[in-house]
Design a protein around this ligand. Structure first.
Ligand code: ZN
Length: 366
């Protein structure tokens, strides 16, 4: 807060409402003090691009579809993605972790639903997200839920979300039923996303995929191969289809951010390039590694060496802080970046704050 106040005397000419909100939380008593994050001696507004939530009111509409629903199986898993009625707990955890702004998104569990039911589910999710964002405008930014199995409706939901509900984009899965995200049927959705400048966050859902696609991950004797291997593979395939099938050429203005550092793609992008150079695969306008540089990725890569490599392939300008809240995949997400060797303070500010502020078109506070 002192940083904010002193900065106000100098460079700042906008309000420090988000810092005021922190003060309010402290003064209201009981709540732990909000951790304030700085990089290079400057307070920054940290933005978490990857968090999970859902609107409990939609549960009755989806609960019978257990296979498609990560919240229903295994028993108790539902608690791993807290509903939006427990916002105080969420804020408390954010304060402790040093997360100033959380981007809210719902893992799609409705890709099986017909138009009417999907419309109901999406309406409930989006209205709740918008309500929470409106109640805490300094702490939450919303990504729409969209019924991507009905692409025309999804495009409409994206537009309504952006224009009427203040949403900054959409949270989608890595595959929709059997259809890759590059399928022609999704062109209306991608066209709308490009037109609106919406951020599209792609999150894998290997646990909900079609049975023949996930069977191999399930032969794991209780070990989480679906989450450990299936999910990053799901993202790797989704991004590869968008690259190789021409979606990124057709819609070059798309702003796409992939969960878990984009899965395995950046780690092995040389093999994609080599396949084209050697003629094993048909040529595309650019090498896959070039397309990689126009995508965005969260920081959920777990080791500093993994982060170093991801940045080496795509650049610090393409990396955004992600926590996977409320899961424990990233126990100290902010420190992971602050402590990463080899980063400049400008890199840290970009990854923790600036890149997301730009992509989400958040008013600059510093
Ligand atoms: Zn996640």
């Amino acid at each position: 807060l002192n940083d904010c106040a002193s900065a106000s005397a100098g460079l700042l000419f906008v309000g420090c409402g988000w810092a005021d909100a922190a003060l309010g939380a402290v003064q209201s008593g009981g709540a732990p003090k909000r951790r304030e994050v700085a990089a290079g001696g400057r307070r920054i507004r940290t933005v978490d691009i990857h968090s999970h939530c859902y609107a409990a009111a939609a549960w009755e509409l989806v609960k019978d579809h257990e296979r498609e629903n990560p919240l229903a199986s295994p028993p108790g898993r539902r608690l791993a993605s807290p509903d939006l009625t427990s916002v105080a707990d969420r804020l408390s955890q954010m304060d402790e972790d040093g997360i100033d702004v959380q981007v809210l998104g719902v893992s799609p569990n409705w890709y099986w639903a017909d138009r009417d039911l999907a419309r109901q589910i999406i309406k409930i999710q989006n209205e709740k997200i918008a309500e929470v964002c409106a109640a805490h405008p300094e702490r939450f930014v919303g990504l729409c839920a969209v019924a991507l199995q009905h692409p025309d409706m999804a495009a409409q939901q994206l537009e309504e979300g952006a224009k009427k509900m203040g949403m900054r984009g959409a949270f989608i899965g890595g595959i929709v039923g059997h259809d890759e995200l590059s399928a022609q049927k999704f062109h209306p959705f991608w066209a709308k996303a490009e037109e609106l400048g919406s951020l599209i966050f792609i999150h894998p859902q290997a646990a909900q995929g079609f049975p023949e696609g996930t069977a191999r991950y399930r032969r794991a004797n209780g070990r989480d191969f679906v989450g450990v291997i299936g999910n990053p593979m799901d993202t790797t395939l989704a991004l590869s289809h968008l690259i190789w099938d021409g979606t990124l050429d057709r819609f070059p203005g798309l702003k796409i951010c992939a969960a878990h550092g984009g899965g395995y793609l950046a780690s092995f992008i040389g093999r994609s390039d080599r396949s084209i150079e050697a003629g094993f695969s048909p040529a595309i306008p650019k090498l896959p590694s070039e397309y990689l540089k126009q995508l965005y990725f969260d920081t959920l890569v777990y080791t500093h060496e993994g982060l170093r490599h991801l940045i080496a392939e795509v650049g610090a300008s393409q990396i955004l802080l992600g926590t996977d809240f409320p899961s424990k995949w990233a126990p100290h997400p902010v420190d992971f970046i602050l402590d990463a060797p080899g980063l400049s303070d400008a890199d840290r500010r970009a990854i923790l704050s600036g890149n997301a502020e730009k992509l989400l078109r958040m008013e600059s506070k510093l």
